[in-house]
Design a protein. Sequence first.
Length: 516
Amino acid sequence: MTLQKEQTLVSGATARNPSAARLERAMGYACPDNVGGHCDPAYAGVGNQVYWSAWQWKRYGNPAGTSNYFTWFNPGGVRQIQYNVPTSCGTKSVSVQNKATAALYYYTPYTPNTAALNNLYGTGDSCSAYGNRNFWRMYTDWFGSPTASAKPIGRLDSVQDAGDAVAVRGWAIDPTTTAATRVHVFVDSSGAGYTANASRPDVGKAYPGSGNSHGYDLTIAATPGKHQVCASAISVDGTKNQSLGCKSVTVTKASPDGRVDSVTTVVGGVAVRGWTYDPNQPKTALTVKVSVGGKVTTIPANRTRADVGKAYPAAGAVHGYEATVPAVSGNAKVCVTAVNVGAGHDAQLGTCTTVRAVASAPDGRVDQVAPRVRRRLGPRMGDRRRHREADQRRRLRRRRRQALPCGRRALGHRRGLPGVRRSPRLPGDRGGEAGTAPGLRLRDQHGCRLRQHDARLPDRAGRQPAGRASRLRHPRRGRRDGERLGVRPRHRCRSDRAPGHRRQGHHRCEDGRRAS
């Protein structure tokens, strides 16, 4: 690439028939721009040019046994690089990310300005420099973009058991930028993303253009047993990824184990009971944190529990806890956490429980405040009054019905005896003998039909039959005929017993007055 950039000796018409002058300065080595382009004849010729230019590329890295001379374009920072030899053309801030870029600027210490970049295959202005521009343009033409297919690089250094977790350590770099990249770490099929920004001076020394902040040191929870851990590096723009490898690890139980046997409310607080122990240090009595309504109380787990010692002989029996934790009245959420010792982490025992605590002071609450509703044992006064008036109306209707004859029209126009008359005449009524007339249809003096029953009737001479007198009752009034009911009948005259006041027609008496 340098042969083409300096003297066009690889491709093109010039390369097919180069001049002697071009061959003498083939790599441009020992031909500084600040001396008018004159070259040192000691390094003339294609062989010398290729050899000494390669030596120079190596010297820019300050190898062992040489002085640390080339430092002004060190990778891993932003450097000020001139546009051309005259300082009046100015400088540009360039991010030098690796040794290759630094070597280019050491070899050709100028960066193209805007005029040179706007005319990639031509010339710019008086301050334009073309060496590094042409290098980039030719490389892109021949090999494509130098960053388009660049994938992240890195390594999965170690995967270790951390007691109920795995410790994962490594590094990852995106070569297209100095920014920290991300890594995806999978424990079996469960994975998550993390940022690789931990300090790794060893990585920074190997890749000085990228810096030190590209390491990752993670602790990921895992269940006891064998697991496979894999890591992948993701480019900063998220478009490319690179596998960093996989490792197997066996995770051991390290966090405390135990149980909450009971959580009950007592006067003054909450009583908790249970047991716990740490597999890493089975003989050590732990402590537990009891949270009641957010307030944490620490109690020791050093009570003797024979059942625990029998189930875990290596741990022993001194791992029980039992205490009453003070609490205020009201609903409270109770959680118990065992405090870890050594490797592992604190572990919650069981699930949290909500109880209603009762403080030592008198307890109680007002459930509801509402206006008093007056209750009556009997019906309301309005109901009593309505019932009384309804009873009065019923009694009045009954008295009126009793005062009326059997129909709306009086039957007084039918002539007959003032007493009881017979209708029709019975075949058994002979010789005026008094007898019994079963099934006789009788009417009173108003023409109303009486109840049909076995009645004793007087004979034609008016003699009453022997025995108890007959009591004929009106079918509606239920009283003997002729009894007054307190309400004067409409079909009677005002003085029924007075002479000359017999009833005539439907509604008038003999004296012309209307019947009441």
